[in-house]
Design a protein around this ligand. Structure first.
Ligand SMILES: [Zn+2]
Length: 161
């Protein structure tokens, strides 16, 4: 019997996020009705991984599409993310957010090139503490020239550890 859902959600594996992600999913009617991929840094590898890593993630999307007939992907990143902190030395909050926006835009472009019919939503969870008690969920605008102009950032300029 076919079983369908609308969405595949990529979020970070970080345990601190679980309660807030559950709240978000309940609020968006995704709980129990959504494929979930949990990875360090969420869609980070789609932006900066090697081909093998990218293909592995793209395969999860393909399976979700073929088995569950999804129509949208949600990429959820978060600030204070260990996967980013281990790689970047952010000068401040804006730079951190811009880096996520840049990577999310890259992940979106890659996915769109493989699955043009899928809608891509990019959500950034801006953490208000280190415990995952409070966060703001920001939906980033879809890829447009204006968006690129405002958020494009050469991540090679951010000091790496
Ligand atoms: Zn994380």
């Amino acid at each position: 019997m076919p079983h369908h859902c609308q969405t595949i959600l990529f979020h970070c594996m970080d345990f601190r996020l679980q309660k807030l992600i559950k709240k978000y999913m309940l609020a968006k009617n995704l709980w129990g009705d959504c494929d979930v991929v949990s990875l360090a840094g969420a869609a980070k590898i789609l932006a900066d991984g090697n081909d093998q890593e990218k293909n592995f993630l793209l395969r999860q999307i393909r399976i979700s599409l073929e088995k569950h007939n999804i129509s949208q992907i949600i990429f959820m990143h978060h600030t204070r993310c260990g996967a980013y902190a281990s790689e970047y030395e952010f000068a401040g909050h804006q730079e951190e957010i811009a880096c996520h926006a840049f990577d999310l835009a890259q992940a979106e472009a890659l996915v769109k090139s493989h699955f043009p019919a899928l809608a891509v939503r990019k959500v950034l969870m801006v953490m208000e503490d280190d415990r995952g008690e409070r966060a703001k969920f920001i939906t980033l605008p879809p890829q447009t020239d204006k968006f690129i102009f405002n958020f494009r950032l050469d991540t090679s300029l951010i000091p790496r550890k």
